[in-house]
Design a protein around this ligand. Structure first.
Ligand code: SAH
Ligand code: SF4
Length: 385
């Protein structure tokens, strides 16, 4: 059974700078205590008040009575041969979500979840297939960064691998957990938090247009749009929220968000999962080139990552290349996302998070790989972080 911790104490891990200041003022302390606390938590990864040497013993004792610094419960950690790491994290609702770290040269990208499950049910996404379970709290979202940062800080052999980018591309639709995601992203970008530049924190959405229209008033993080189809008829089938907010509205809200950023050189990332025989034909690429002609963007093609009973297949490398070339010829900066962490089920769209199901599936996966003598057996180490 899952272990649920119910606590009336304020979890300081989930407080943005403003909320931390409000907290300290509300207990009769000076505002600068908020700065000290944020640095202890996010710069030093400290979760124990007794380690906070610049805070008086009396205040530390008081804090212990009314507050806590509680990170998410890490159920298991998995380390792929290609350097990808995955943490399975149990959230308050009892469900599990996944956080993935992908090293790539000097860059280290952390893929963070915003919800347990997802209500939007995109036809090719394994998270969507689970349905919606719960919104993550701010502490559970920023806690994923906290856990990963502590992991790298605590393992000297891996000190060269730090988090340079965060993408809200794990489980869930970030714009449907708006306030918590915004607070967490602002902590990622705050100098007293993780100090990441706004270019390096990206929110990915499948197109919740009303929330996207609000986003510009509360953050200037980077934006990625999950397009997946160049026309409404096809997108209605793949991304059902398109029936409510069709492409024209989505691209209009995207232009509004990008237009509101002070730095006009920034462009939106268009994500496009390629599904064999469904949206990967030359006419789709040409239609996409026409659709996006007024949208300054870079395009990221994601060859479909299969999961059991999805009903879809990954296109051949040739089909992917042909699609990419057509977009490049039309003048678009187009990259193909590498599949990473495949051996630990950490690739895009493979995040399921339900730990029992996951354990069974991983075991099946290892078994299948062992039977296939042409492949190396992946090394999967498990253990608490
Ligand atoms: N809900 C948000 C963010 C999470 S999904 C969104 O949809 O944008 C992150 C990206 O992975 C999205 O572009 C999503 O469409 C894509 N994705 C989902 N399932 C996939 C799969 N099986 N293979 C490849 N990409 C997938
Ligand atoms: Fe939800 Fe994104 Fe998956 Fe669609 S692709 S079901 S929005 S997580």
């Amino acid at each position: 059974m899952s272990k649920l911790t119910v606590s009336a104490k304020t979890n300081l891990l989930g407080l943005s700078r403003e909320k931390m200041e409000t907290f300290f003022v509300s207990i009769g302390e000076k505002k600068f205590r908020a700065q000290q606390m944020l640095k202890w938590i996010h710069h030093n990864g400290v979760g124990d008040f007794d380690e906070m040497s610049n805070i008086s013993k009396a205040l530390r004792e008081r804090l212990k009575d009314i507050a806590e610094i509680r990170g998410p419960e890490v159920v298991s950690s998995h380390f792929s041969e290609d350097g990808t790491c995955k943490w399975v994290i149990r959230v308050a609702s009892g469900s599990c979500v996944e956080t993935v770290y992908i090293p790539d040269g000097k860059r280290g990208t952390l893929c963070v979840s915003s919800q347990a499950g997802c209500a939007l049910d995109c036809s090719f996404c394994s998270t969507g297939k689970q349905g919606f379970n719960s919104d993550l709290t701010v502490a559970e979202i920023i806690g994923q960064v906290w856990v990963a940062a502590k992991h790298f800080g605590n393992v000297p052999a891996k000190m060269d691998r730090s988090i340079t980018n965060v993408v809200m591309m794990g489980m869930g639709e970030p714009l449907l957990n708006f306030d918590n995601v915004v607070d967490a992203m602002n902590l990622m970008m705050d100098d007293l938090g993780y100090g990441l530049s706004k270019r390096r924190v990206t929110l990915s959405t499948s197109g919740v247009v009303p929330a996207l229209r609000k986003l510009g008033s509360v953050t200037d993080a980077s934006l990625a749009i999950s397009l997946h189809a160049p026309n409404n008829a096809l997108r209605d089938k793949l991304v059902p929220i398109n029936k409510k907010y069709p492409l024209e509205e989505l691209l209009d809200a995207t232009a509004e968000y990008m237009g509101g950023l002070s730095d006009k050189s920034r462009v939106v990332t268009i994500e496009y999962t390629l599904l064999a025989g469904v949206n990967d034909q030359p006419e789709h690429a040409k239609q996409m080139a026409r659709l996006l002609k007024n949208t300054p963007c870079k395009i990221n093609l994601i060859p479909f990552n299969p999961f059991p009973y999805s009903g879809y297949e990954r296109p051949s490398n040739n089909a992917v290349r042909r699609f990419q070339e057509l977009l490049a010829q039309a003048g678009y900066n187009t990259t193909v996302r590498k599949t990473r962490g495949d051996d630990i089920d950490a690739a895009c769209g493979q995040l399921v998070g339900q730990v029992n199901d996951r354990t069974r599936r991983s075991a099946r996966y290892i078994e299948a790989r062992q039977l296939d003598s042409t492949q190396d057996v992946p090394t999967i180490k498990k253990g608490a972080a």
